[in-house]
Design a protein around this ligand. Structure first.
Ligand code: GDG
Length: 490
């Protein structure tokens, strides 16, 4: 089993004194004013959960955008702060961005162009020259900051995600000796979808600055190779999964499916406080122990298939009326990317649907859907996973999906069941889930009913297998696999 300690030893053996710099848009800790006081927050999201344990165990540096309103005050003269605050183990080097830069680079290009371009969710990407210009400028700033952090030392730079596609080539142009790797956390589209991007060649060349480019699954890597093949004058070696360019320089493309810190979730689940929190959830939601709970946990994002699953739940109530007053759908949907039109529309759609379905089926004693719009703390999320009978993940398209894995890790007694979209990367590792096509309400409604009525023996077998996979293929294993590939390049 991969643990923090094992990963720490592994990194020391493999990388020795080589400095590890991770680069991500989002910082793992942010500082905020609460009245006169300054508090520390850990932003939610899969990426933060993945890189924090790695940075802790290799005492590396994270270069990230400082977005907290008290971030500047707590940073030193070089914009650095040591974290976690209670026991500092690594450094965050913060980059400051203006609201205008954020509108262009983050909202505009990253989230309103690249995000819909890469997800087949049928939301049209918005390509704006102004946003693209901001994206280039901010990527340049990230590259300059990384170079400044490295000084003249040898180093390994590990970039995260789609906000930083141009940074690899910018780094290599100045420091060809530095090893550059990148993990792309979201899907890569097929060429037919990718070719609508006006700046497709620039993005491909940016990413070809990497020595290693990781995706969750082989299919995303294959799509990337196809795009390079169709757009650029370069050599693709399908057997090696590599692109050769600039007179023989190799960019390796690898499937590296991400995991979660499953052990921490299992420990939280087993803690006595979790038992109290489970009771508290039932009390707050007014759910009796006899009531079956279906649970969805997502940022409110149009790729996650939230309206689709609510419609499917409504259909299940129509087709299987025996679930009326016997099942409740709890949906967590914290707001994200609220400045973007598509997200505002989604929020209205979800609120509207919940209202309609509750009005149609609800009774004095029962509200079929409970929508929770605020961010729930991780300590409160684990007990919610534990009381759920069915966890519903119906992403229209998803790189991996960590919620599916978190639910399985929290369910030590394996009493629940997972309904999982075929179009989430996680479906490849968790085939024992009930796999669904989220574009079909009928298919999902039947899957919910099947999950609720699955014979215990079958359910246990499937959940136990998934539990084993999630515990073994954890975040430390992902990090070790990624670092093993990078170390071979050193
Ligand atoms: C990207 C890719 C890939 C959500 N609501 C709350 C909350 N969350 C946490 C979950 C989970 C994370 O957010 C969501 O992770 P996902 O993997 O589902 O999705 P993205 O944020 O889109 O992540 C995805 C991931 O990167 C990693 O590579 O799997 O495909 O899109 O950890 O628990 N956490 C808390 N309260 C909430 O209300 N505490």
């Amino acid at each position: 089993m991969w643990t923090t300690q094992r990963l720490q030893r592994f990194i020391q053996t493999k990388l020795g004194d080589i400095r590890l710099v991770i680069v991500a848009n989002r910082e793992t800790y942010s500082h905020h004013y609460q009245g006169e006081r300054i508090i520390v927050q850990r932003p939610p999201g899969g990426l933060v959960a993945a890189i924090d344990p790695i940075l802790r165990c290799c005492h590396g540096t994270l270069v990230a955008h400082g977005h907290g309103d008290a971030d500047r005050v707590v940073s030193d003269g070089q914009d650095r702060v040591h974290v976690p605050p209670e026991d500092p183990q690594y450094t965050i080097r913060r980059i400051w961005l203006t609201p205008e830069e954020m509108r262009g680079y983050y909202d505009g290009f990253s989230n309103d162009a690249l995000w819909p371009l890469c997800h087949l969710a049928y939301t049209r990407p918005q390509f704006s020259a102004e946003a693209w210009e901001a994206y280039q400028r901010v990527n340049h700033r990230f590259a300059e900051t990384v170079l400044d952090e490295l000084g003249t030392e040898p180093g390994l730079v590990w970039l995260q995600d789609y906000h930083l596609a141009l940074v690899p080539a910018m780094l290599k142009a100045r420091r060809p000796d530095v090893l550059v790797a990148h993990f792309w956390h979201i899907p890569w589209p097929s060429y037919d979808n990718f070719r609508i991007c006006p700046w497709r060649q620039e993005i491909l060349w940016g990413l070809l600055g990497n020595d290693l480019l990781g995706f969750h699954i082989q299919q995303h890597g294959d799509h990337f190779l196809d795009c390079c093949d169709r757009e650029l004058e370069i050599r693709i070696d399908r057997e090696r999964n590599s692109v050769f360019h600039h007179g023989g320089i190799e960019t390796m493309v690898r499937p590296l499916p991400i995991g979660i810190d499953a052990c921490t979730i299992a420990v939280t689940a087993a803690a006595p406080e979790s038992a109290a929190a489970r009771e508290q959830w039932r009390g707050v939601l007014g759910i009796s122990p006899a009531m079956k709970i279906l649970l969805g946990v997502d940022r409110l994002d149009y790729t996650k298939g939230i309206p689709e699953r609510l419609r499917a739940f409504s259909l299940m109530l129509e087709q299987h009326p025996e679930w009326k007053e016997r099942a409740v759908f709890v949906q967590l949907g914290a707001t994200t990317r609220a400045h973007i039109e598509a997200y505002r529309l989604l929020s209205e759609e979800v609120e509207g649907l919940v209202g309609e379905i509750n009005a149609q089926y609800g009774t004095d004693r029962w509200q079929p859907i409970r929508l929770i719009r605020h961010n729930v703390s991780t300590d409160d999320l684990v007990p919610l996973y534990q009381i759920a009978d069915v966890c519903v993940v119906t992403s229209l398209h998803d790189g991996m999906n960590l919620v599916a894995k978190e639910f399985v890790a929290a369910q030590a007694e394996c009493r629940g069941m997972l309904v999982l979209s075929r179009f989430a990367g996680a479906a490849q590792e968790l085939p024992e889930a009930i796999l669904v096509n989220p574009f079909s309400d009928e298919h999902c409604a039947e899957a919910f009913h099947r999950a609720l009525t699955m014979p215990e023996e079958d359910r246990l077998l499937r959940m136990e297998q998934m539990h084993e996979t999630v515990m073994e293929q954890n975040i430390f294993r992902w990090a070790s696999r990624s670092i093993a590939v990078m170390a071979r390049l050193v």
